[in-house]
Ligand binder design. Structure first.
Ligand code: HOZ
Length: 433
C-alpha cells in the first residue's frame, strides 16, 4: 500500500468540506461524489498522461479519463498546442468558424451513417435534440429506452436511467412530469422479445428507440450477438427510428463507433466525450433527410450560444486526427485488452469471483463469475465487494470511477508501466478484501 491508505489528505478534506456548503453534494455532477462507494473524493489539481495529482500531492493512475473524453491521455502535446493556438485567435465569436467545418467533416468521414451533423455542447443536449427530431420526423411521441442505459438528464430519459441516477437510487427522477414519463417505454437490455412486445403494444406510437450500442452506464455490458441487428429490424418493421447513443462508444470502441464494430446502421447517432477531446462538445447526426428538418433548414428548432465553440472544435479535431493515425487506436485497444486480461488472471490466481470485460478502449470489472448482460444481473453482482475494492484501489494509487455502474476508460498514456501499477494495486486489493 502507498501513503494513500489513510484516506484523502488534509487539503482535499478541507476543500470537500467547503464545497459541501457551496454545491449540492459538494460536486458539479453527481457521479463525482463518492456516495456510491463511501469516503470522499481526492480533489484533483492537475493531470498529465495517465496520472492525476491531488491537492495534497498524491498521485493516482486515472481510470476515469474525465468519464470518457481523454482517450489520448491528459495533456497530449498536440491537443494542448492546438487549443492554445486557437485561444489566441479568439475564444468564441458566435459566428461560423473554419474549425467546425473541420471537425464536422471528420465525423462524417469516420461514421458511415452520419451524412450531416449538428454540434451542441453536451451529450445530454445531443440526445434531447435527437429525440425532438425523431418525434417531428415520425409524428409520434413515445420513445423506447433500456433499463440502465443513460442518455443524459433530459426528462424523457430519466426512467430506469443508468450512471449517477442508478448509483444514487434516482433512476426515475422526481420533477419529470407524469405525462412525459408516460411517453417513455422501458425494456430490459439485450431482450429482443421485450422490444418487439413494446413496439407491438404501442403500435404506431413509438418515434424512436434509443440504445447505448455497448452499454457503459450500468457498468460495461456488451450487446449479445444479434441484439443490435434485431433492433434495426424491429424498428424498420414498426416505422420507428433507431438512435445509437454513441456518446460513450463513439471513437472509443472502434474509430467508427459501435455501429461500425457491429455493422448496424442507425438512423441517428448522438455524440459527446471523445468528440470534444476534453472540452464541451456534443453532436447529433445521421440521415441527410432527417437532418434537413433541423432549423434553419427545416422547422425543428434547436440552437445554442456556445455550440460549435472553436476552441472545443479544435480540441476534438486534433484528438480525432491523432487517434486516426496508423496504429494509435490499435495501441489503446491492445492496452485495454492486456489490462483486462491481466486483472482477470490476477483474480483467478487470487481465487476471487471477479470478471473483466473490454471493448475497444473501454472496460469494466464485476465481482461475479460471469459478466452481466442486463441491469438486473448487474445489480446482482457483489456491489459491496466493489465498494471495498474501490477504496483499496484508491489507497493503492488507482482512481477508479466511484461506482460499480460506470465503465473504466483506457488512454494512449496507459502504457505498460501504468498498467503494472494498476495490476499491483489490484493484487494487493484482492488480497486485502
Ligand atoms: N455519462 C457520464 C458517465 N456515466 C457521466 C458524466 C456525469 O454525469 O458527470
Amino acid at each position: 500500500m502507498t501513503d494513500h491508505a489513510s484516506g484523502v489528505g488534509p487539503r482535499s478534506r478541507e476543500l470537500n468540506a467547503r464545497t459541501a456548503r457551496l454545491f449540492p453534494g459538494g460536486v458539479s455532477s453527481p457521479v463525482r461524489a463518492f456516495r456510491g462507494v463511501g469516503g470522499e473524493p481526492p480533489v484533483i489539481e492537475s493531470a498529465k498522461g495517465a496520472l492525476l495529482t491531488d491537492v495534497d500531492g498524491r498521485e493516482y493512475v486515472d481510470m476515469i479519463g474525465a468519464w470518457g473524453p481523454m482517450i489520448l491521455g491528459h495533456g497530449h502535446p498536440e491537443v494542448e498546442d492546438a487549443i492554445i493556438a486557437r485561444v489566441r485567435q479568439g475564444i468564441m465569436t458566435g459566428t461560423p468558424s473554419p474549425d467546425e467545418a473541420e471537425l464536422g467533416q471528420l465525423v462524417i468521414d469516420m461514421l458511415p451513417s452520419v451524412e450531416r451533423v449538428r454540434f451542441v455542447v453536451s451529450g445530454t443536449e445531443a440526445c434531447m435534440s435527437a429525440l425532438r427530431l425523431a418525434r417531428a420526423a415520425t409524428g409520434r411521441s413515445k420513445v423506447i429506452k433500456f433499463e440502465g442505459c443513460y442518455h443524459g438528464h433530459g426528462d424523457a430519459f430519466l426512467a430506469s436511467a443508468g450512471s449517477g441516477a442508478l448509483t444514487f437510487g434516482t433512476p426515475d427522477s422526481p420533477g419529470v412530469p407524469p405525462d412525459v414519463a408516460r411517453d417513455t417505454v422501458v425494456v430490459p437490455y439485450n431482450d429482443l422479445a421485450a422490444v418487439r412486445a413494446a413496439l407491438e403494444s404501442n403500435a404506431g406510437e413509438i418515434a424512436a428507440l434509443f440504445v447505448e450500442p455497448v452499454a457503459g452506464n450500468m457498468g460495461l455490458i456488451k450487446p449479445l450477438d444479434g441484439f443490435l441487428e434485431g433492433l434495426r429490424a424491429a424498428c424498420d418493421e414498426h416505422g420507428a427510428l433507431l438512435v445509437f447513443d454513441e456518446v460513450m462508444t463513439g471513437f472509443r470502441v472502434h474509430l467508427g463507433g459501435a455501429q461500425t464494430l457491429h455493422g448496424v446502421t442507425p438512423d441517428l447517432t448522438t455524440f459527446g466525450k471523445v468528440i470534444g477531446g476534453g472540452l464541451p462538445v456534443g453532436a447529433y447526426g445521421g440521415r441527410a433527410d432527417l437532418m434537413a428538418m433541423i432549423a434553419p433548414e427545416g422547422p425543428v428548432y434547436q440552437a445554442g450560444t456556445l455550440a460549435g465553440n472553436p476552441v472545443a472544435m479544435k480540441a476534438g479535431y486534433t484528438t480525432l486526427t491523432v487517434l486516426r493515425r496508423e496504429g494509435v487506436f490499435d495501441t489503446i485497444a491492445q492496452a485495454t485488452t492486456d489490462l483486462a486480461s491481466g486483472l482477470q488472471d490476477a483474480a483467478r490466481e487470487a481465487g476471487a469471483s471477479c470478471t473483466t470485460v473490454s471493448v475497444g478502449a473501454m472496460m469494466g470489472l464485476w465481482f461475479a463469475d460471469e459478466a452481466p448482460t442486463n441491469l438486473r444481473e448487474a445489480q446482482a453482482t457483489d456491489l459491496d465487494r466493489f465498494r471495498r475494492y474501490h477504496g483499496l484501489m484508491l489507497a493503492g494509487g488507482v482512481h477508479l470511477p466511484p461506482s460499480p455502474f460506470e465503465a473504466w476508460f483506457v488512454s494512449l498514456a496507459h502504457d505498460q508501466a501504468m498498467r503494472e501499477r494498476i495490476l499491483t494495486a489490484h493484487r494487493e486489493a484482492l488480497a486485502a478484501l
